[in-house]
Design a protein around this ligand. Structure first.
Ligand SMILES: [Zn+2]
Length: 241
C-alpha cells in the first residue's frame, strides 16, 4: 500500500491572510485506487471571481493558484492514473474545497458518512451547492468502517457533524492519520476556539482524540490545511510507502 498527496491549489483566507493548500490523497492498494477528496469545482479555473461571488465565497477568501493541473485528473496523471481508474471515492466532508469534482468518477464507489450523505446535496458553502451527490454506488457509513485492509474511515465530528478522518497503515512509514478538517492546523490547539466548526466543543474533542491517537500509535498526523506542513509535504508524483 502507498499514499500520494495531491495538490489541489492554494487558497487565501482574507481575515488573517493565511495561505492554505487544498489537499487530496490517493491511497493505492494491490487492486484499488482510493481517492480522498476532490478540491474545488472546475468553474473556478475559468472565472474565479464570478464563481466565488455566486458561491458566496467572495467575502471569505480567494483561490490564489488554481490551474488545470490542480484537479484530480491532473494530479492523477502525475501518478500514471486517470479518473476511470478510481475504484473508491472517499469524501471526508461536504465542504466546497472537498467536493468540487465529486461527479467525475464513473467507476468509483462513494464512501461518505451517513450524516453527510443524508443532506440533499453536499453542504458545500453558505447554504448553497454547485454540486450534486453522484449517481454511483454509495456507502453511507453510519459509524466508521474499514474501506480496505489497513484503511480506516471513522467519525471525527465537529468541523461538520458528519466529518470523517482516515488512518492508513503503510508498510514502511507505519500509521498515517489523514485528519482532514478535524485538525486544520496544530495552532488550533493553542487558539482553542475551534471557531470555524459547526460545533466547537465536539470539534475540540475530535481533535484531541486524533492527537492522542497520533502520540499513542507513533502515527504521522497530516493536517487538513496547515501552511507550514503543506510546504514540506512531498506531493504527487512522490509516493509515501
Ligand atoms: Zn471543511
Amino acid at each position: 500500500m502507498r499514499l500520494a498527496i495531491l495538490d489541489y491549489g492554494l487558497f487565501e483566507i482574507y481575515q488573517n491572510g493565511r495561505q492554505i493548500g487544498i489537499q487530496g490523497y490517493l491511497i493505492q492498494t494491490a487492486n484499488r485506487n482510493i481517492l480522498v477528496d476532490t478540491g474545488f469545482h472546475v468553474d473556478y479555473i475559468a472565472d474565479p471571481f464570478g464563481v466565488a461571488l455566486s458561491d458566496g465565497l467572495g467575502k471569505f477568501g480567494r483561490l490564489l493558484d488554481y490551474r488545470a493541473e490542480h484537479n484530480p485528473h491532473g494530479q492523477l496523471a502525475l501518478l500514471g492514473l486517470t479518473n476511470i481508474d478510481i475504484t473508491d471515492l472517499v469524501i471526508t466532508h461536504g465542504h466546497i474545497d472537498h467536493v468540487g469534482r465529486i461527479e467525475e468518477f464513473p467507476n468509483a464507489r462513494l464512501w461518505v458518512s451517513q450524516r453527510e450523505r443524508s443532506l440533499p446535496t453536499p453542504s458545500y458553502w453558505d447554504g448553497r451547492s454547485r454540486v450534486q451527490w453522484p449517481a454511483i454506488p454509495t456507502e453511507a457509513v453510519p459509524h466508521g468502517c474499514e474501506i480496505a485492509p489497513g484503511v480506516l474511515f471513522f467519525p471525527t465530528p465537529g468541523h461538520t457533524m458528519g466529518h470523517y478522518s482516515l488512518t492508513v497503515k503503510l508498510p514502511n512509514l507505519g500509521m498515517v492519520i489523514l485528519a482532514a478538517d478535524a485538525i486544520s492546523r496544530p495552532d488550533e490547539f493553542a487558539d482553542d476556539t475551534w471557531s470555524d466548526a459547526e460545533d466547537p466543543n465536539v470539534a475540540r474533542a475530535s481533535a484531541y482524540m486524533l492527537r492522542h491517537l497520533s502520540a499513542e500509535r507513533n502515527a504521522w498526523l497530516i493536517y487538513g490545511h496547515c501552511p507550514q506542513q503543506w510546504l514540506v509535504l512531498r506531493k504527487a508524483p512522490y509516493w509515501y510507502d
